[in-house]
Ligand binder design. Structure first.
Ligand code: SF4
Ligand code: SF4
Length: 470
């Protein structure tokens, strides 16, 4: 009987069976790669998503037979290295995802291959360093070290040395480290009465994330300002470490488990006390909503945390549906070019950031729903920087074309990448880069450059005039 083309049933993701010895069996992995790559060869729908698929199809087309059996097996790794686990092939293109009988989950096959490689040979110094976001932040984010690192990261000679010794591309704009970590300066609001809605808990626990804590604390302060404006009591999750997403992308699943073991007890306490847990970084939210539940499918604590975890704009939109979101906006935003990050799309929550921003009078939102091509660390690496800029090019164009007042993305890393791409295209855009939470704070009437913490400067990277940088 011929196989069905596509599926009428909802996609279902199977757990990652990484505790099973077969998961790490190189022969079984090889067979599965050949099976999946052969189906992809006959399909080719994903050719324009990233550079992993074009590399696969080039390897096949240039091989001795023009089929998968003509590709030297040791070259499969070239495909794997170009996948940064954005999940877009699974989410938006593939008609053969489970429950289809072909059972294609391309990103999870790439994850398995990365995990096997990591188990066999570990990772290089650069990749270990880039995926140790917590360690780097603890060392760099303080008043003594941060100014030096930030200056060096903008010094061409230092960047050339970093490029040639470590493989961190000299042209890549890197995030600054803050001298004032978010968690130590967060002004929490606990004096408000808890007002639970039908869809939203009335109190919020913030999981800060490495990025907000060490790089752009202004985004976290903006989230707190918005919650305060809406009279929602807030607190920080008592202790936190990295969510594990950078280690997942490296294939270091033991490190993911160790981080999970540190984070989940504190998050579980918050969930059990009825808090909504909110984090301003989509990849970290996705880690708790999807990746950890798939890696540890029997773990009830993880499922409880996943159910309590919200994207900030998911929470605010549901709050609006509960008639508990204030819409007393003081300032319109004009034209906003807004990029929806892949790891927010994978959460299957819809375009909640756009929906909330469109509540603001005098605001029109141009949504761009395409991968920007950066990932957390992939686009920083010397060998993939050019590919990341190439993948992002359509996004740079779509974001700058309407001549917006602001460019924005829920992913602060993607936003900086888009800003760099627009600047390098010399589009003459006068747009400012602001995180959607910073835009919402602005719309509520809290001044663009005023931080809610006295004597604490919000990082200038939070608001940049693109024209000045061209
Ligand atoms: S997960 Fe993303 S980067 Fe990886 S193959 Fe799919 S579309 Fe490409
Ligand atoms: S992942 Fe699915 S849609 Fe993409 S090329 Fe392979 S079979 Fe086709």
């Amino acid at each position: 009987m011929a196989s069905r083309e596509g599926s009428l049933e909802a996609p279902k993701r199977h757990p990652v069976d990484w505790k099973n010895a077969d998961f790490y069996n190189p022969e079984k992995l090889q067979q599965e790669m050949e099976r999946v790559f052969d189906i992809c060869h006959g399909c080719r729908r994903c050719v324009n998503l990233c550079t992993a698929f074009p590399r696969l199809f080039d390897l096949i087309d240039d091989g001795s037979t023009g089929e998968i059996d003509g590709v030297e097996k040791n070259r499969f790794q070239e495909v794997v290295d170009r996948c940064y686990l954005c999940d877009m092939c699974f989410m938006t293109k593939c008609p053969y995802v489970p429950p289809h009988e072909w059972n294609i989950d391309f990103p999870h096959l790439m994850l398995r291959t990365k995990a096997v490689k990591y188990q066999q040979s570990g990772a290089g110094f650069r990749d270990k360093l880039l995926s140790s976001t917590d360690l780097m932040g603890k060392v760099a984010a303080n008043p003594v070290i941060a100014p030096t690192i930030n200056t060096l990261n903008k010094t061409p000679l230092a960047r050339k040395v970093l490029d040639s010794t470590l493989g961190i591309r000299s042209e890549r704009k890197l995030p600054e480290y803050t001298a004032h970590q978010f968690r130590s300066h967060a002004q929490l609001n606990d004096r408000f009465t808890v007002k639970d809605g039908n869809k939203t808990p009335g109190k919020v626990a913030i999981y800060a994330t490495c990025y907000i804590n060490y790089n752009e604390p202004g985004i976290g302060h903006d989230l707190l300002r918005i919650l305060k404006h809406n009279e929602i009591p807030t607190r920080l999750v008592e202790q936190e470490v990295c969510c594990g997403m950078p280690k997942l992308e490296l294939g270091d699943l033991q490190a993911v488990e160790a981080l999970k073991n540190q984070n989940i007890p504190h998050l579980l306490t918050m969930a059990q006390q009825g808090y909504a847990i909110i984090s301003a970084v989509p990849s970290c939210v996705l880690m708790y909503k999807q990746e950890l539940p798939l890696l540890f499918p029997e773990d009830i604590a993880i499922q409880t945390v996943a159910a309590a975890m919200f994207d900030p704009f998911e929470y605010l939109w549901l709050r609006n549906q509960d008639n508990l979101l204030k819409t007393d906006f003081k300032q319109s935003l004009g034209n906003v070019s807004y990029h929806i990050p892949c790891h927010q799309r994978v959460q299957n929550i819809g375009k909640k950031t756009r929906d909330v921003l469109q509540l603001i009078p005098g605001t029109s939102v141009n949504s761009v729903e395409r991968c920007s091509g950066h990932d957390g660390t992939w686009g920083v690496k010397s060998e993939y920087f050019a590919d990341s800029m190439k993948i992002g090019r359509p996004v740079f164009k779509q974001m700058s074309a309407p001549n917006p007042d602001y460019i924005s993305s829920d992913c602060a890393i993607a936003a900086r990448h888009i800003e760099q791409g627009i600047c390098e295209n010399h589009s003459g855009s006068k747009a400012k880069k602001l995180h959607p939470l910073s835009l919402l704070r602005l719309a509520y009437g809290y001044d663009d450059h005023q931080c809610s913490i006295p004597n604490l400067q919000v990082l200038p990277t939070n608001s940049v005039d693109l024209e000045d940088k061209v």
